[in-house]
Design a protein. Structure first.
Length: 416
């Protein structure tokens, strides 16, 4: 497997949902809780070494694939097996590939249409909406004053996600400070650089300013991993947890973690059964998390009297001793994978300060207990309803880490 075979991973790390056209796993209707297949690396001794050897001798890859896939029925493979197989096959990765699946949500457009007594293929005007006007405005994603199924479609081919993909690339290019905000100075600096010696900026020069077409891979310089790095990152859980998290409708697993400032310990069960709880998992070396978290924080402020919000700090995705990224270095983010709880807490404090957390930030233990319990690495969001059941499990980050989608799920949970 060469760099070309894995380049779509990089494209999707930069352009959320823009590159994948596979919507076979996308559903707009409510989903039943999935039956999870138990998975443990203990069932596959020596697997990491075997995978690395297969990269050196590609003729061995079919043997490795047979070993890991034959243990399960084709439609019952654990997410970890699907992800590892996708890496070995050099698959283009996006929603529906590897472990990057669709979100799971209890209430969706079909549910809302039934509750509001409109046809699923119809529309709902604001004057006819049974609920708070603010809820309607936030659900109305394109702002046209009418709710339709398209407002709830987060698939990669939806108009919104295509626009979001383009916006992500433009935003990241201009945001040189990497603080998830574009200042007037940054915008003018981009304009001056892009126009060159010209007084104005034409569309072709504008397009060329982003450089993705000429890069050959879709990664920014210094970010592209080797196949070996992907395999090692998989087994270190830096690409994501090997576990799958709680199913839709399942009671939210309890945990107790300390806040990043050490001021208190939070026990989840103490907050369940009163109002919805939102969990936002993430880590500082994950660029998409840093860019996206401020939107989650804004949502937390918007609904702070209606729901309880907690951030959960988990294992680093791109430490210097793992899949390190030059874009992180340029952003001033350069650190090793923490080796003890004090080190992880120190990074969490930096993350909370730089991203201006308003919600409490809890720090996972060094055995990644909560990160694995909720499959929260590298970034993921959950909505737990007032009954303590999982009402929304966002897709795995970075592709499924979507604040707007989480907000829709929260609103649906708040609707009576």
């Amino acid at each position: 497997m060469n760099k070309t075979s894995i380049r779509s991973v990089g494209i999707l790390l930069l352009v959320v949902g823009m590159n994948s056209l596979d919507v076979s796993s996308l559903r707009l209707s409510a989903q039943e809780p999935a039956v999870k297949v138990p998975f443990s690396l203990a069932d596959f001794p020596g697997l990491e070494s075997e995978c690395l050897a297969a990269l050196e001798s590609p003729d061995k890859i079919p043997t490795v694939l047979e070993r890991i896939e034959s243990k399960y029925e084709k439609d019952r493979q654990p997410e970890a097996i699907r992800m590892l197989a996708a890496i070995l096959r050099g698959s283009d990765m996006g929603m529906g590939s590897g472990w990057f699946g669709s979100p799971k949500l209890k209430r969706d457009w079909n549910w809302l249409a039934a509750e509001q007594k409109v046809e699923v293929d119809g529309s709902l005007k604001k004057d006819d909406f049974q609920g708070e006007p603010m809820f309607f405005d936030r659900l109305d994603r394109n702002g046209d004053g009418v709710l339709r199924s398209d407002d709830f479609n987060w698939g990669p081919t939806s108009q919104f996600m295509r626009e979001q993909g383009v916006a992500n690339v433009i935003f990241r290019t201009i945001d040189k400070s990497r603080d998830a905000k574009v200042s007037k100075e940054e915008l003018l600096a981009f304009f001056d650089k892009a126009r060159g010696d010209n007084a104005e900026l034409g569309i072709d020069a504008f397009r060329r300013s982003f450089g993705l077409a000429s890069s050959g891979s879709g990664y920014f310089p210094g970010d592209e991993p080797t196949p070996e790095r992907l395999i090692r990152g998989f087994f270190l859980s830096e690409l994501g947890s090997l576990q799958e998290g709680p199913s839709l409708g399942e009671a939210a697993p309890d945990f107790e973690l300390s806040t990043q400032d050490g001021s208190k310990k939070i026990r989840l069960k103490d907050y369940l059964g009163k109002k919805p709880v939102v969990l936002v998992f993430g880590n500082f070396t994950c660029g998409p998390f840093r860019r996206t978290y401020p939107e989650f924080d804004e949502i937390g402020q918007r609904y702070k009297d209606r729901a309880t919000f907690f951030g959960v700090y988990v294992r680093e995705a791109h430490p210097d001793d793992g899949w390190n990224m030059e874009s992180n270095v340029k952003s001033g983010v350069k650190l090793m994978q923490p080796k003890n709880f004090d080190e992880r807490t120190a990074v969490a404090k930096t993350c909370a300060a730089q991203l201006k957390y308003s919600m409490p930030l809890l720090v996972d233990t060094m055995d990644d207990r909560v990160g694995n319990l909720y499959s929260g690495m590298p970034a993921r969001a959950y909505v737990i309803d007032a009954d303590g059941k999982v009402a929304y499990q966002g897709g795995r980050g970075p592709f499924g880490f979507r604040p707007g989608e989480m907000e829709q799920a929260l609103i649906m949970t708040l609707l009576k």
